[in-house]
Design a protein around this ligand. Structure first.
Ligand code: HAM
Length: 405
């Protein structure tokens, strides 16, 4: 878990500013859900046998309740939706930006606290909506300055396909049982799809020899994917079909995708998404959405030397300098009125003229606004341009105008 400080924090602010602008153009409202949820919100949606639930959640007990730090955003949004009436959820479009927590082995690109920018769209299932949401995600990445990302597209099939896919994969994997890792031998009976996600080299080699899950799906699921692909073609969006992409969460059905970034090393999944179904509170809800890992976005921008383009230019700073206690006191009042007029200003807590000028320099001030007894008596200030060293006296009522020029 790490702190995000200036100047990097300005890149983060830039990412959020651009995201909010684009997301509102697509009709999304922000939803801020708590960081702490009941553990069951995730076990019932992400799935008991996924790595996220079995190995990565921060779970704790308080007042006899099993709570956890949210490992992702989708389930919390759907928990919120389940508490609303159909009128409020039909067609709802929500986005979120915030920290998520997974207790994974830390390494480059993998944090225990990381941040996602995600969306969830609760419109009725349609390949058109899936394509629109994927197009939104690609637009966001481009607007942030990321090109060179690869979209991998697949289908998890309809709910009805799940048993056939599991049976088919189990049959194909059974002859390799002895060569699978211990986890995967367990997954064979528990949740065979998770074998396709195993990071173990030996298991990966076996997975490459398997027939893709689509081979065991009905025509309806393959047709749904073909329609999504056709919409993406019409939108001119490049993607690669990757039939073995399953994603690490169990709530998906039909369309799933992952976006790979460049310059990121092993942890190159910059974003993931798809269509899902879950029941968190008596009402089954379906939606489609995605989440983008912001640490990885920042890392990729830094590797491409594009991070600075997202930073807003720092405002021009005026530093108030007072000679003597009375001038410092009056400067506090002047500083507040300048701020009210939109000027960015600061002053030191005290000290000599020299030390105050040093502080102004260190802060990168554009101007020093200097007042002593003389200036106070005449209601003027000496304004020094820190770049040129040029100094002029100005009446107080002209100060704000001069400092905003
Ligand atoms: P996910 O693929 O688990 O999907 O996470 C989305 C993104 O979060 C990843 O592609 C990655 O960039 C970032 N990420 C995940 N774990 C870490 C980590 N430990 N450190 C840094 N970055 C990380 C979801 O979370 C789904 N809720 C996405 C979704 C929304 N599907 C439908 N709606």
């Amino acid at each position: 878990m790490s702190d995000i400080a200036a100047p990097e924090v300005r890149v983060w602010q830039g990412l959020e500013r651009v995201a909010r602008e684009i997301l509102s153009r697509y009709g999304f409202d922000e939803l801020r859900t708590p960081v702490v949820e009941f553990e069951s919100v995730f076990t019932r949606s992400i799935g008991e046998t996924t790595d996220v639930v079995q190995k990565e959640m921060y779970v704790f007990e308080k007042g006899g309740r099993r709570l956890c730090l949210r490992p992702e955003g989708t389930a919390g949004v759907m928990r919120h939706a389940a508490g609303l009436g159909a009128q409020e959820t039909d067609g709802a479009r929500w986005f979120y930006v915030g920290p998520m927590f997974r207790s994974e082995r830390p390494q480059a690109g993998r944090r225990r606290q990381f941040h996602q920018c995600g969306v969830e769209c609760l419109e009725p299932p349609s390949p058109r909506v899936d394509a629109e949401i994927l197009a939104l995600q690609v637009e966001l990445l481009k607007a942030w300055g990321l090109d060179g990302c690869t979209v991998k597209l697949a289908t998890r099939g309809s709910g009805g396909d799940a048993a056939r896919v599991a049976e088919g994969l189990r049959g194909a994997l059974e002859p390799h049982r002895e060569s699978l890792c211990e986890d995967c031998r367990r997954r064979l009976s528990e949740n065979v799809l998770r074998v396709l996600d195993c990071k173990n080299d030996g298991c990966r080699r076996i997975v490459e020899t398997l027939p893709p899950p689509t081979d065991f799906m009905g025509g309806e699921s393959r047709d749904y994917l073909a329609q999504v692909a056709a919409h993406l073609d019409a939108l001119g969006l490049a993607y690669r079909l990757d039939p073995r992409l399953v994603r690490g969460l169990d709530y998906y059905e039909h369309t799933v995708w992952e976006i790979e970034g460049a310059h990121l090393g092993a942890q190159n999944a910059i974003a993931g998404g798809g269509r899902y179904r879950m029941n968190l509170g008596g009402r089954e809800l379906t939606g489609v959405g995605f989440a983008i890992g912001l640490e990885r976005v920042v890392a990729m921008l830094q590797a491409m030397e594009r991070d600075a383009t997202l930073m807003a230019a720092p405002p021009r700073l005026a530093w108030l300098v007072g000679l003597g206690e009375e001038a410092m006191n009056q400067n506090l009042v002047l500083m507040q009125s300048l701020r009210a007029a939109g000027i960015v200003c600061r002053m030191a807590a005290g000290g000599s003229l020299k030390s105050q000028m040093r502080a102004a320099n260190k802060a990168g001030a554009a101007w020093a606004v200097i007042r002593g007894d003389d200036e106070l008596a005449q209601a003027v200030a000496a304004v020094k341009d820190m770049a040129t060293g040029e100094q002029r006296r100005l009446p107080l009522d002209q100060l704000a105008g001069a400092l905003s020029a």
